[in-house]
Design a protein around this ligand. Structure first.
Ligand code: IPE
Ligand code: IPE
Ligand code: MG
Length: 242
């Protein structure tokens, strides 16, 4: 049995993280950027395990954006090779901990080896029920909206049938709750095309820690900050209190 760590307060049902700062983590140590990505990939295990212990139902990790194709080819290759390693290494953990893996993003455009490894991991975990881990791969919020609109046109939805809900059902996150909280590491304070539609009412938390240094303690501190936020969804504070 996993022991639930004590975090005093309200936890997000859906937590999304922008895992940023691998390059600067490496640079600060005089290492190559690839070493930062390696350390970052290892940290995913720590955070997934911690979120699972906390009984967070949905965890969405930004691993590769549609804009990250602009990086040097050698760096892109390192990232994809780390993805394959990660899937192979962590599949037993996902199985043991009853975690369902999903992807969001245009996965069809990833290299064949990674698509194959992903398809295997998705199939192997599809019936798991304790937590959903969404890996955002070749993900961009704008491109997600474009593909949703295209699908809606293709299906011939009537003008009246296009609602906030039906649009949401054509996003990669269909059927999942919106993220309650988006954490970005490394001190940058922007969304970088992450979950643009879904994060309309998410609490944004920025941590100065570079992703490889964002461990269980940093996660808990961020979640404590989230718990202290007052979510109003457009209402007044008095309405919320009653
Ligand atoms: C995050 O770290 C990993 C990816 C975006 C794939 P970065 O590689 O962006 O690290 P910094 O921001 O350059 O430090
Ligand atoms: C966002 O980080 C994408 C991921 C973490 C995968 P970036 O490092 O690519 O974002 P920018 O370019 O600094 O906004
Ligand atoms: Mg970055």
């Amino acid at each position: 049995m996993l022991e639930k760590p004590s975090v005093s307060a309200l936890l997000p049902r859906h937590l999304a993280i922008i895992m940023d700062g691998n390059g600067r983590w490496a640079q600060a140590r005089g290492l190559a950027r690839s070493e930062g990505h390696r350390a970052g990939a290892e940290n995913v295990r720590t955070i997934v395990t911690e979120c699972r212990k906390l009984e967070i139902a949905y965890l969405t990790l930004y691993a590769f954006s549609t804009e990250n194709w602009k990086r040097p080819q050698a760096e892109i290759s390192v990232l994809f090779s780390l993805l394959s390693d990660f899937l192979q290494r962590e599949l037993p953990l996902l199985r043991e901990q009853n975690i369902r893996l999903k992807t969001i993003g245009c996965v069809e455009d990833l290299p064949f080896a990674q698509r194959t490894a992903l398809a295997h991991a998705l199939r192997a975990t599809k019936d798991n029920t304790a937590m959903t881990l969404n890996l955002a791969l070749n993900y961009g919020g704008r491109s997600e909206l474009v593909q949703a609109v295209r699908a809606i046109v293709r299906e011939g939805l009537s003008e009246e049938a296009i609602t906030e809900e039906s649009l949401a059902e054509h996003l990669y996150t269909a059927g999942q709750p919106d993220p309650d909280c988006v954490i970005r590491t490394s001190g940058e304070q922007r969304l970088s095309n992450y979950l643009l539609y879904q994060s309309a009412y998410s609490e944004l938390i920025f941590s100065p820690a570079f992703w490889p240094d964002f461990g269980a303690a940093e996660l808990r501190a961020a979640l404590e900050e989230y718990a202290g936020r007052k979510r109003r969804f457009g209402r007044t504070q008095e309405q919320i209190a009653n």
